[in-house]
Design a protein around this ligand. Structure first.
Ligand SMILES: *Cc1c(COP(=O)(O)O)cnc(C)c1O
Length: 239
C-alpha cells in the first residue's frame, strides 16, 4: 500500500468506528447510515484510492472540479453527490455526472435540472437543502430554502420529469437559533423529513452531519453523513 492509501485507510477506519458507535448509542443498525466522502480540493488519485478501499459514495461542491474528477474516475463503482450551491448555468454539466444533487433550494433549479436530466437521459436524485437559519420565505447564508418553502419545492421535484425526490439535506447553521446546537438542528431536520415523507413516502433520505458533528446527526436519525476532513485531512483552504 502507498503511504497515502494507508493513511486514507486508517482515517476511514476511524470514521467507520465513529459511525458504528454513534449507531449503537442510538440503538440504530449500522446499515441505516451511509458514508459519503466529500472529496473537494483533493485529487482524483485520492478518489481512486478511496474506491479501492471500499468507498462507494463521494461528494463535491464545485462543478468545474467535480466534472473533471468524475471524468477521470469514470468506470469506478462510485455514486457522485453534488452538495454545493448550484447556479443554473452549471446544471447541464452537473446533471451529466451527478447521481444525486443534494443542494436543490429553489424552483428555478428544478426546471433546469429536469430539462438537463431528460436531455442526458439520466435519472437525477434530488434532496431539498433546508436552511435552518433562514427567515420564512428566504434562503440561508450557505444555501438552502427556509423550512416553510420545503413542501412547494418537494412537490415541484416530485412532479418533474427526470428527477427523483430523495429527501432532505442540511448543513448545521452558523447563525440563528440553531447556531452551535447541532443536535437540535438535526432533530428539526428530522421533523421536516417526516412531514415530507407523509406526502412523499419514498423520500426517506436525510443527509446531515460532517466531520465535526456526525454523531449528532446519527443520533437524530440521519441516513447519510458527509465527511471530508476526517477522511482526507484538513483542506488547504476553505471554499
Ligand atoms: C465540505 C462539505 C462537507 C464536509 O465537511 P468536513 O467538515 O470536511 O467533513 C459536508 N457537506 C458539505 C455541503 C460540504 O460542503
Amino acid at each position: 500500500m502507498t503511504d497515502r492509501k494507508a493513511q486514507l485507510a486508517e482515517n476511514l477506519a476511524r470514521v467507520e468506528e465513529r459511525i458504528a458507535s454513534a449507531c449503537s448509542a442510538a440503538g440504530r443498525s449500522r446499515e441505516e447510515v451511509t458514508l459519503i466522502v466529500v472529496t473537494k480540493t483533493y485529487p482524483a488519485s485520492d478518489v481512486r484510492l478511496l474506491a479501492e478501499l471500499g468507498v462507494r459514495h463521494v461528494a463535491e461542491n464545485r462543478d468545474q472540479e467535480a466534472a473533471a474528477k468524475a471524468a477521470e474516475c469514470a468506470g469506478l463503482p462510485l455514486r457522485w453527490h453534488f452538495v454545493g450551491q448550484l447556479q443554473t448555468n452549471k446544471v447541464r454539466s452537473v446533471a451529466s455526472y451527478a447521481d444525486m444533487v443534494q443542494s436543490v433550494d429553489r424552483t428555478k433549479l428544478v426546471g433546469a435540472l429536469s430539462a438537463a436530466a431528460v436531455r442526458s437521459g439520466r435519472d437525477v436524485g434530488c434532496l431539498v437543502q433546508v436552511a435552518l437559519d433562514a427567515e420564512s420565505g428566504g434562503t440561508g447564508g450557505r444555501g438552502g430554502v427556509a423550512p416553510d418553502g420545503v413542501p412547494e419545492l418537494a412537490g415541484a421535484i416530485a412532479a418533474a420529469e427526470g428527477l427523483r425526490l430523495g429527501g432532505v439535506m442540511t448543513v448545521a447553521p452558523l447563525s440563528g437559533p440553531y447556531a452551535g446546537r447541532q443536535r437540535a438542528a438535526f432533530e428539526r431536520l428530522m421533523e421536516i423529513s417526516s412531514s415530507m415523507r407523509s406526502k412523499h413516502p419514498a423520500a426517506n433520505m436525510v443527509s446531515a452531519g460532517m466531520s465535526s458533528d456526525l454523531e449528532d446527526a446519527v443520533a437524530a436519525g440521519a441516513t447519510h453523513v458527509r465527511v471530508g476532513t476526517a477522511v482526507l485531512g484538513v483542506r488547504p483552504r476553505l471554499r
